[in-house]
Design a protein around this ligand. Structure first.
Ligand code: UD1
Ligand code: CA
Length: 467
């Protein structure tokens, strides 16, 4: 089938490799970097409406990688490379897709720190210089492992570390793996590359040499910041990249007013949005699509994941909140776990050893100590006494509990769901509530207390007053 090339640039992300050097069964591009899969980063830096299309070559663990892409980057095209025979073979597998575009940007899935601007500059340079290929090079402090970019009479030749002679290894200028090609010449040369090298792979890098020999225009652009081009091939590089990225993200937030009591121990993910004047205490992690409102304070050992905190929210410490919302002026902690789509209303409080799951807690309501609130709705201004449990699970399914406004749930109340308490209700401490309670009532569900006067004295007598 002949597909007419449309003007414009397509982006092809190579993500089919296993990442053998990682020593993990998880595909490398799904390994985590600041709580996001490695693949998040090239997807993020190529997420630009200026490009005419984007596809990812998947292979090792393609099911899991595809699942991630469908969920996080809907609309991305996927091309399956069944056998991973090298970067050249990966692009060859995608040849029909590539042929739809006048130009194609090729970017590896394991170079996470590259800035969007660098890619834009590379693309602009390619168009302005009218080159058949422009690729990014850099000079790392240690070039080991990278392809060396050697000069030849006609341009360049890239020699992989494993194929390089000792004197070639001395070359410090290395290939970043990020290229812009004109699709026509790329596809033509891909047909010609072989696998006669120490790894027995089809190298995409061989196309560069062939283009030069064919007197095509090939140019290089040097990335001034070598950190940006660092590849992630083993756990040490993953750690290094993670520390660089962590520092960059924190610097950016601190320039915008974030206060860190000790920035050395704080971790904030790439997608987090912070309001003005947020304070973060030591050993705090904020991940995913979290948003933190103005003047909020995150206490030590708290983990916030995919959650929205309003303004002036205070996590007192050791709070884990995921996929949930805490509205303005609410307070949580210490030792509080809020999860699965819970919402804590304005000015609400969830305190010590409290777990809240899939529940809505109304404005100003308080759950100060030792409670489990699951699949529940609590109205405004209610007080949930210490030790209250919504018994939401009957062994088969989860059942809902509804607590109205201004209720007073006595300490150690067991709310056996499904059950509901009307507005203004009270429950007596220690009650097991199995029936709905009408508004403005007191529910007592416990054995009545009986005092037997003089019982202890009598016992002493019969025991003979012994020890
Ligand atoms: C590659 C370059 C090297 C460069 C380095 C930069 C080649 C031959 N070498 O080496 O010059 O300095 O990147 O980081 O291109 N992949 C596939 N299918 C495959 C093989 C790999 O999709 O069959 C993907 C991998 O998932 C990875 C990317 O291509 O995301 C690069 O592969 P990798 O094996 O990491 O290449 P390097 O040895 O790092
Ligand atoms: Ca690599």
């Amino acid at each position: 089938m002949i597909v007419m090339a449309v003007p414009g640039t397509g982006v092809l992300v190579l993500a089919a490799g296993k990442g053998t050097r990682m020593k993990s069964d998880t595909p490398k591009v799904l390994l985590e970097l600041l709580d996001e899969p490695l693949l998040f980063y090239p997807m993020n830096s190529t997420d630009d409406p200026g490009f005419s299309g984007r596809a990812v070559v998947v292979g090792y663990g393609s099911e899991a990688v595809s699942r991630y892409l469908v969920e996080a980057w809907p609309g991305t095209e996927m091309i399956v490379q069944r056998e991973q025979l090298g970067t050249g073979h990966a692009v060859f597998t995608a040849r029909e897709w590539v042929s739809r575009f006048e130009r194609v940007i090729i970017i590896p899935g394991d170079v996470p720190l590259m800035a969007k601007e660098t890619l834009t500059r590379l693309n602009t340079r390619n168009i302005e210089a009218d080159e058949d290929c422009t690729f990014l090079v850099f000079e790392p402090s240690d070039p080991t492992g990278y392809g060396r970019v050697l000069d030849t009479d006609r341009g360049f030749r890239i020699i992989e570390e494993k194929d390089a002679l000792e004197h070639e290894k001395k070359c410090c200028r290395v290939n970043s793996g990020v290229y812009v090609f004109r699709s026509g010449p790329l596809l033509e040369q891909l047909e010609n590359i072989g696998r006669e090298n120490s790894q027995g792979e089809y190298y995409l890098t061989d196309v560069i040499h062939r283009l030069c020999e064919g007197e095509k225009r090939v140019g290089i652009m040097t990335c001034p910041d070598p950190d940006e081009m660092e590849g992630v091939n083993d756990p040490l590089q993953l750690d290094r990249v993670s520390r660089i990225l962590r520092g960059r993200i924190l610097d950016r937030h601190m320039r915008n007013g974030l206060k860190c009591v000790d920035s050395q121990t704080v971790w904030i993910g790439p997608g987090v949005v912070l309001g003005d004047d947020v304070t973060v205490e030591p050993f705090v992690q904020v991940w995913g699509a979290s948003k933190i409102g103005d003047r909020s304070r995150l206490g030590s050992f708290s983990i916030v994941r995919n959650s929205v905190l309003g303004e002036n929210v205070h996590l007192l410490g050791h709070v884990v909140i995921s996929d949930s919302v805490a509205r303005d002026n609410s307070t949580l902690g210490p030792f509080t776990f809020v999860r699965d789509g819970s919402v804590l209303g304005e000015g609400a409080f969830a305190g010590k050893f409290v777990e809240i799951k899939k529940s809505i807690i109304g404005e100003r309501s308080k759950i100060p100590h030792l409670s489990y609130i699951g699949d529940a709705t609590v109205g405004k201004g209610s007080n949930i006494g210490a030790g209250t449990v919504t018994c939401n699970f009957d062994g088969k399914k989860k059942n809902p509990t509804t607590i109205g406004e201004d209720c007073f749930v006595g300490s150690d109340t067991m709310l056996v769901a499904p059950v509901s308490l009307g507005d203004g209700c009270y429950t007596a401490a220690g009650s097991v509530i199995t029936k709905d309670v009408p508004a403005e009532s007191l529910a007592i569900g416990r054995a009545r207390q009986k005092n037997i006067e003089g019982w202890a004295l009598k016992r002493k007598k019969t025991d003979g007053g012994g020890e």
